[in-house]
Ligand binder design. Structure first.
Ligand SMILES: [Zn+2]
Length: 230
């Protein structure tokens, strides 16, 4: 018997999602066959509007509804500290743990096995951001940070980045990515004002994902961050 094309297409679409194998893809598809049409409409419109309703922030590269995002434009946050994280999910985890600084999302890790190099991530953007910040604090190249306006521009200009917390995961790829970024920033420090580099650690299991750490452990890991200048 031939499986109808529309069913086959959906199974194949599910199979392409992370963590979903052929069995689960089939189960989900046949489950949806029994769901009322209105619910299916809602699901499909959520899927199709996913990209339309979200933007990648041009400053921190986090996913939000506006560009710049609500964190980057929030004057109440500590604008001297940037946490570098792998994914937008890590931002949510750090928010829950009470972090009040800024973020930079690099969207992945350096992974030679998967052909992912530094240029495939938003690492260069971080470097530009740090350069821009130091230029602003030195009172030169004022136009370099034109991407912000009004009140936010004022706070960005007066708030120099003093610390970069490398909050990539504690597995091998996360560690080597943190090391790579640390080296780049250290090189940058040579030309401009020094930025302190720290790495979250205490309490986090080695090889673990930040997203899976509980709030208290993550909060302690943030508080107990250690200097990471190579
Ligand atoms: Zn942002």
């Amino acid at each position: 018997m031939k499986i109808p094309k529309s069913i086959r297409n959906l199974i194949e679409a599910f199979e392409r999602l992370p963590g979903i194998g052929p069995k689960t893809a089939q189960r989900l598809t046949f489950y949806l066959l029994h769901v009322p049409s209105e619910e299916l409409e809602m699901l499909s419109s959520s899927v199709s509007s996913l990209k339309l309703g979200t933007k990648i922030c041009s400053i921190c590269r986090n996913v939000g509804e506006d560009d710049p995002c609500e964190v980057c434009t929030d004057r109440g946050r500590d604008r001297e500290v940037i946490a570098v994280v792998e994914s937008p999910l890590d931002v949510l985890a750090l928010e829950k743990a009470g972090f009040k600084g800024l973020y930079h999302v690099i969207h992945g890790v350096i992974s030679p096995l998967n052909n992912i190099g530094p240029d495939d991530l938003y690492i260069n953007d971080l470097m530009k951001r740090l350069k821009r910040e130091s230029a602003a604090s030195e009172g030169t190249e004022g136009s370099a940070y034109n991407y912000l306006s009004g009140d936010v521009l004022d706070s960005a200009a007066s708030g120099e980045i003093k610390e970069v917390i490398l909050a990539t995961n504690t597995n091998m790829e996360g560690e080597s990515t943190a090391m790579y970024i640390s080296k780049l920033i250290s090189g940058l420090n040579g030309q401009s004002s020094a930025v302190k580099i720290t790495r979250i650690g205490r309490g986090l299991p080695v090889g673990g994902d930040i997203v899976y750490a509980d709030d208290i452990t993550l909060k302690r890991a943030l508080e107990g961050r250690v200097s990471f200048n190579l």
